[in-house]
Design a protein around this ligand. Structure first.
Ligand code: GLN
Length: 496
């Protein structure tokens, strides 16, 4: 199979497999070949499903031979390692789950398989999805395919890198405060987080349950729409899944932005991002206008409280969610003299520094005497942030902003936790409000001291449940600007 085919979109691959020009088995072989050639350098995968993937592919080919029409026939799928896939290791990037085998499949993943995807592997991530660079993974290093000395972003960095390196056409990610959008921006991919509740979280190992949302990482907006159409919709297995009809997005992609009002928040001053990034976003906004959009100034006065609010609510929920990892039922157990000693030894050995930091902050914020001062106040701030967005959307249809605070940075560049937290400054407020938002490539900037142009991401966000309008507009921007195809990952030499 040609290099062009494995590098083409999920839509193109599915079209050819559906038309029986290619078999899912052939596509899978090509994807596994690409992984073998480049993943030693990239490190996107924690587990590669060789024969498991081949078996899935044969089942897809049998379904096609039986006359089924599958929207994602034979599409190589990378699954973030916090999502269950029956019989495969699901580690969350943590030593505590290093050898845990999932006994069932997450609903979102199952729906992609039902649509014809072939899972080729499980991807690296920041431990329990806490981080913005994948450097918090306890199990491996993932590198940015556009510059191997830089991080791929996080926490869904493995899926973003896999898609960017053509080692899969669709990657699943989870986004709590930015973990799909930021690695999407860093790796020249579309990173799409739907409305909270749109896609079932059943089988997604929880970080912060009131924020966690699954979504796709892809190389085109159309592919993101196809993956979303497959995954979205009510699931009785997730109590927060929303029972409301899903409008197909892939059939409503637009070519212009006529009649669309796009809000630019006064508070999101891109000048502080440096001259090159500032110019990049200024041009992106002008390009939106050139496509027919009307740019309107909006105000999000409480957005600045997003980070502080998030870093109380997310740790509070994680301290509760991660209490189950104690050596009794799941994963690692380190024996001790009594059960308390066993808990302590297991958690001390199993969790990394960032996870422990979050558990400590969260436990403190929820403790008696501090609960009102921290957790309750954070919930109130969250309500105000959501109200700001509701007000802004009275005067605009979409909001545009940077997706991340900088292009991809070098390993070990963020020496303190706070500078890492700042990467999600632009994405977190939207997460707190539950809004659908995505990152779409919007240009290239060569960072100071860097040798390669690195991709930049534009964040577009919509009111609750307006995924169709969001993806439609993002497609118009993507097609008109075609930033994503301007540079190739610097892996050509590896992946010949
Ligand atoms: N980087 C943020 C954090 O560390 C967001 C992570 C995420 O969205 N899962 O919490």
């Amino acid at each position: 199979m040609s290099k062009e085919t494995i590098e083409s979109s999920a839509a193109a691959i599915a079209g050819r497999v559906g038309a029986r020009e290619l078999s899912a088995a052939e596509v899978t072989e090509a994807a596994l070949g690409r992984i073998a050639a480049s993943d030693d350098a990239v490190g996107a995968y924690l587990t590669v499903l060789g024969d498991g993937a081949r078996e899935h592919a044969l089942r897809v080919d049998a379904r096609i031979a039986g006359g089924e029409s599958l929207p994602l026939a034979g599409v190589p799928l990378a699954v973030k390692d916090n999502m269950c896939l029956t019989g495969t290791r699901t580690t969350c990037g943590s030593k505590i789950l290093e050898n845990w085998i999932a006994p069932y499949t997450a609903t979102a993943v199952q729906r992609l398989l039902d649509a014809g995807c072939v899972p080729v592997g499980k991807t690296n991530m920041d431990e329990f999805a806490m981080g913005s660079s994948c450097e918090n993974s306890a199990l491996g290093v993932t590198r940015n395919p556009y510059d191997l000395s830089r991080v791929p972003g996080g926490s869904s960095g493995g899926s973003a890198a896999a898609v960017a390196a053509f080692e899969a056409a669709i990657g699943t990610g989870s986004d709590t405060g930015g973990s799909i959008r930021e690695p999407g921006a860093f790796c020249n991919a579309i990173g799409f987080k739907p409305t909270y509740g749109r896609i079932s979280r059943y089988g997604l190992i929880a970080f912060a349950s009131s924020l966690d949302q699954i979504g796709p990482l892809t190389r085109t907006v159309e592919d993101a729409a196809l993956a979303y159409d497959a995954m979205a919709g009510f699931d009785p297995m997730d109590a927060t899944s929303v029972d409301r009809p899903v409008e197909t997005a892939a059939t409503h992609l637009r070519r212009d932005l006529k009649g669309v009002r796009i809000g630019i928040a006064r508070e999101f001053d891109t000048a502080k991002l440096g001259a090159e990034s500032h110019a990049c976003y200024a041009r992106a906004y002008r390009d939106l206008e050139a496509l027919g959009a009307e740019l309107v100034e909006i105000s999000l006065p409480t957005a600045d409280y997003g980070l502080a609010t998030y870093y109380l609510i997310a740790p509070a929920e994680c301290s509760s969610n991660l209490a189950r990892f104690d050596g009794v039922r799941y994963g690692l157990r380190v024996e001790g003299d009594d059960v308390q000693a066993m808990y302590e030894a297991t958690r001390a050995a199993g969790f990394g520094a960032e996870v422990k930091r979050r558990i400590l902050i969260g436990t403190y914020a929820l403790s008696s005497g501090y609960y009102d001062a921290y957790y309750v106040r954070a919930q109130k701030a969250r309500t105000l942030i959501a109200a700001d967005f509701a007000k802004a959307f009275e005067t605009c249809d979409l909001i545009a902003s940077p997706a991340a605070s900088s292009p991809a940075f070098e390993f070990n560049a963020k020496s303190d936790p706070y500078s890492m937290y700042l990467m999600d400054y632009y994405t977190i407020p939207f997460s707190l409000a539950g809004l659908p938002a995505l990152s779409v490539p919007c240009g290239w900037v060569t960072p100071e001291g860097g040798s390669s142009p690195m991709p930049m991401g534009l964040q577009l966000a919509a009111p609750l449940f307006e995924e169709r309008a969001l993806l439609g507009a993002a497609h118009a921007y993507e097609v008109a600007t075609s930033h994503a195809t301007r540079h190739r990952p610097r892996l050509a030499e590896v992946a010949k």
